[in-house]
Ligand binder design. Sequence first.
Ligand code: ADP
Ligand code: MG
Length: 788
Amino acid sequence: PLKRLDDVQARICEARQKLPILGEEQLVMEAINENRVVIICGETGSGKTTQVPQFLYEAGYAHGAGIIGITEPRRVAALSMSQRVAMEMNLTTREVSYQIRYEGNVTEDTKIKFMTDGVLLKEVQKDFLLTKYSVIVIDEAHERSVYTDILIGLLSRIAPLREKRGNPLKLIIMSATLRVEDFTENKRLFKESPPAVKVDSRQFPVTIHFNKKTPQDAYLSEAYRKVSKIHRTLPEGGILVFVTGQQEVQTLCRKLKQTFPLKQDTGKAKKVEISKRGKDKRKLQKLQADEKPEMPAISLDNYSVNPIDEEAELEGGHDPDNELTDLFGLDDDDGDEDILDGGAEGHVSVGGCTQALYVLPLFSLLPSRKQARVFEPPPEGTRLCVVATNVAETSLTIPNIKYVIDTGKVKTKFYDRVTGVSTFNICWTSKAAANQRAGRAGRVGPGHCYRLYSSAIFNDDFEKFSPAEITRRPVDDLILQMKDMNIEKVVNFPYPTLPDIGQLKAAEKLLVSLGALTPPEKPKRFRDMLKEAITKITPLGRAMASFPVSPRYAKMLSLGHQHDLLPYVVAMVAALSVPEVFVEVHSLPSASEAEDAFRQKVQHMIQIRKMWSGTGDSHLLGDLMVLLKAVGAFEYEGGRPEFCEKHGIRHKAMKEVRKLRAQLTNTVNTVMSGADLCVDPRMEPPNNTQAKLLRQIILAGLGDHVARKLPVVVTDSEDSKKKLKYAYQARGQVMCHLTSTFGRCAWKLPAVQMEYPSGLDKYKLFAQSCWKEKLQPRTETLLKTLIS
Ligand code: ADP
Ligand code: MG
């Protein structure tokens, strides 16, 4: 075993020597030694994340009192990079450790600590000067995640302060792109422009192939086709596919594994290679015949609300095994073999690669043991095919990729300023991101990138860069955290990119209305009129800041101790914070599905939800009662998957609710002395009085989400009869969810044509996106209707 370990070390050492950044060690370290803040840019895979911490360690930055801290926007990177660096340095995980939200292996011997940016932000709250660290490396700064941006802003102030106190802190900002002006040219952030060290990397040419046409929403089956085609016709070399979320990764992996099953003895694949062409051809025909009925169904309805965890949210916590695909059947293959464009021309097109296809998923929430497999060489005689979310864009470098398939899509949080509702939409990524993706194919040799969209779409519809996250999401939770850190003038904060001032003000206003901040003082003197009015955090605000949920829900929790309602509030907030507790219901059956069967399924689900909502007087909490009873019944019945299956609940979501319920219960016990709360698996449903009280608590958090019922005339597209329906007017216009106990809608809803009272454009947009595109309005919207 010792010899094997030596082998591994030798191989690592050899690979290390080849990394571009190794030749720049002196330059990098000189810049760091001489400057307080240094920016390092280098292509993904040039060795920034794995090598810079080692440079720092070797230069003695962890030998004194302080340690080396590295932040990552993604948990997967924090974890796998700590393991990789420990291995490269021949140190244990006691010394090179990681800390992510729920877990970590940090010890008092830790010298190099990888963590998510959220974890470091929490540490700033406890120790503003971050005295534990001698150097902080902010990795993947180009991603411009909100926490990263805030950390850079904070550190721009912390570093000079530390210097003044004679205990200097170095700040290193690492980026995979050269677009760093937001950091270097931002005088509010750094008075003196920090130097940017550029690491040159060997990047082999990547040939870009655009699709002639852009498949409408069918990018997943298009990706499937492209992998199949590449695998059958093009020479050896790993394939990397970019899709948008965990569910898509799993669906595509499953389909590919079915079409290209990995034989037990892959060693034999080599021998097959020499066998007759004819045999291969027959096999190929059989494979083609096999794949037809197994085209993946694509669902765009992967929405969620109020993230407990941005990352989990972005990738959608779907369990593919019992949901949409199975519930609503698979789409038929349209048999369009033509769809493969000229991309393959000019390559060896006969025989291609006779290896088996070794398919691996990659997404943030994949257990680390499984993640690690993408770094290992694939079994002999197989071709690696990694299906990944955009974690593979810059945070992880997968070795030996020659072909990249880019769907061009990314899941982005979309915030509607008028309705105040956030949804996750799948949209085109940016040109910069698409080029990053393409670059993954050129690490080991010349490669190819297949873009499943046309060059016209790329040129016209793709933004140049992805915007900083802070500019496109509500910032109420962030403002609360900043106020909790006693940063009072949030508008003056040195953001790398200033968020929309309107958003900042809206967030402050919301927090004032929730009681988390004091109302701004009226200016006493005339000359104060022009000054920024300051809101201060209240004791309630501090309590709210300690709950790991959005401020609205934190407010509910903070009120729950009255009338012994806490167990209900905790269960409810936990359920509200987990995306998609219920299996989604479409308003229309999928193409391949019999209408009757579909109608039955939907009716059944609606029936169960109706039953849970209660009747008459007890119909007080509507959809929230459904949620609460689902949680209660699930635990009461022992938390079995069969129960979920039967009741249209996602088992995985329920397990998450359980975890969060436990976590919230602990937090409540710490924050509220004497709460003495515990999770009761046999919690009785609330009685009518309790339900009424709960309603008030909900309103306390969602007072600005009240909707008013409005009559709307709609025209049924089929029988063109006019019907009176009700929509709800909130700040914008909302409509009832298909399964909402308030909507009492039949499964069939006006799908195409609707008439609107004048001035209801917003409503029209919203309704159209909900019904026409088969998208679902989400929980938050339900709430608006609920409390009307
Ligand atoms: P950068 O941060 O500049 O993108 P990294 O330091 O992450 O680059 O990666 C440098 C090299 O180390 C890459 O070629 C990558 O393949 C390799 N590498 C990183 N992590 C692992 C791992 N866990 N196993 C094997 N190789 C790895
Ligand atoms: Mg990196």
